[in-house]
Design a protein around this ligand. Structure first.
Ligand SMILES: Cc1cc2nc3c(=O)[nH]c(=O)nc-3n(C[C@H](O)[C@H](O)[C@H](O)COP(=O)(O)OP(=O)(O)OC[C@H]3O[C@@H](n4cnc5c(N)ncnc54)[C@H](O)[C@@H]3O)c2cc1C
Length: 389
């Protein structure tokens, strides 16, 4: 395992740190700032800032320069993740497009798709949603029922998607649709790139108990999409989807570690402020989660070393997902332990608890999306350890 960066990578760190220092207003780092802005305004501010960052050359760090990327190393991407968290940079508003769609288009898209999708996505001119899950198809994605019927040069799409992140802010959606009548399970599905700004598409927000609506439902009612807007081959959408999901595997855990470690420090500070840091049970739980965090850091360095050596992690990626998501959840369970019954209050004295509550609630979702913990354990057992099915 290599725990060092090259001189060129450290130079990139200095350059990025300087840009972030000059382009993140102080007030953005204040606890509660983003929550107070509200969903729509927060989205707009982040969208614009991220576009400026892309124009300054700090986007698509590992992407080839011909696609508008920086052509950097996996080490530079890890540094990028670390420094943006450290500087309290806002989270991306286009996570599904950047992490999943763009690398897939670069790998298997038509020339027209490469030209029309990658650059505008990088500059946030188009916000992409992921339309996989349906009311009857979550972990079991092959049960999907949304249909696309060929009509001349188009497909006409009917059905419903759910849990669609950014549904109300989305411009386009990469969607798994059954395009072969009567097909079953993994066969006869295509990945269609559907324009959400048309009469046949209705995106509705789903209000969560946290008050946010970061995801929603998308209804297709005779929505139209050109047959040229299929990503990959028609009827071969399962293969396209598996390729698309595999791009999560190279994801750097360094940024996650940096973020979770900062949150850990915030939770310790709350414990001190409330005088609960002397409770031996709380101290034991804090020590346990700190150990988990350090294991996460070392695992992230291991993954980075493997990726830098050009090794495909394959199904081991499920172990990475399990480790970071369960560490994150354990961290926020300690927050609940520290606050006890006060976890239901908005504030305690001068302490504004709302940003912490928002994170604690968000932590419940991370073992569900991107493949639930149960599904990841099954993959690890069967595909990594070779245990019987
Ligand atoms: C915050 C958030 C954002 C999301 N964003 C998107 C998005 O943008 N686009 C999108 O398409 N989807 C999105 N999803 C949906 C997500 O992919 C699904 O929630 C996930 O696939 C699980 O499906 P489900 O909710 O239908 O649960 P189910 O699949 O019904 O699972 C219910 C429970 O059964 C367990 N289970 C299911 N199958 C098995 C099995 N074979 N073995 C053992 N246990 C099993 C699961 O682990 C879970 O505990 C999002 C979800 C969340 C929470």
């Amino acid at each position: 395992m290599d725990l060092t960066y090259t001189e060129a990578e450290e130079e990139f760190r200095r350059e990025l740190r300087t840009w972030l220092g000059a382009n993140i207003p102080d007030e953005w780092t204040r606890p509660g700032f983003w929550e107070a802005l509200g969903d729509d305004e927060s989205f707009r501010v982040r969208r614009d800032w991220e576009r400026d960052k892309a124009l300054a050359g700090f986007a698509g760090i590992e992407w080839p320069t011909e696609f508008g990327g920086r052509g950097g190393t996996p080490g530079m991407k890890a540094i990028y993740d670390e420094e943006t968290v450290r500087a309290h940079a806002p989270r991306t508003v286009n996570p599904l497009g950047l992490a999943f769609l763009a690398p897939t288009v670069m790998a298997i898209g038509s020339d027209a798709q490469k030209k029309e999708i990658v650059g505008p996505l990088l500059r946030n001119e188009v916000i992409w949603c992921q339309g996989f899950s349906e009311p009857g198809a979550g972990s079991d994605l092959a049960a999907l029922a949304t249909k696309g019927v060929r009509d001349g040069d188009d497909f006409v799409v009917n059905g419903q998607k759910v849990w669609t992140t950014n549904a109300v802010h989305g411009d386009k959606i990469f969607t798994m649709v059954r395009t072969e009548p009567g097909s079953q399970r993994h066969r006869g599905i295509s990945m269609l790139l559907i324009d959400m700004h048309q009469d046949g598409v209705d995106a509705r927000p789903l209000k969560q108990m946290s008050g946010a609506s970061e995801f929603g439902e998308v209804f297709f009612d005779d929505a139209r999409v050109a047959a040229t807007d299929v990503l990959g081959e028609i009827g071969d959408g399962w293969r396209t989807a598996m390729l698309l999901l595999s791009f999560e595997r190279g994801a750097s855990g360094i940024g996650q570690y940096t973020e979770f470690r900062r949150q850990y420090d915030e939770i310790v500070e709350v414990a001190r402020t409330l005088g609960r840091d002397t409770d031996p049970v709380i101290r034991g739980r804090l020590a346990k989660v700190l150990t988990e965090l350090e294991c996460l850091r070392l695992h992230a360095m291991h993954v980075l070393t493997q990726v830098e050596q050009g090794r495909d992690l394959g199904f081991e990626a499920s172990m990475t997902k399990l480790q970071w998501s369960e560490t994150f959840q354990d961290l926020w369970e300690v927050h609940d332990d520290v606050l006890g019954e006060d976890a239901t209050l908005d504030s305690l004295g001068d302490l504004d608890l709302r940003p912490l509550h928002a994170q604690a609630m968000w932590s419940r979702s991370v073992t569900i999306w991107g493949g639930s913990s149960q599904v990841q354990r099954t993959i690890t057992a069967e595909r990594v350890l070779g245990l019987p099915r």
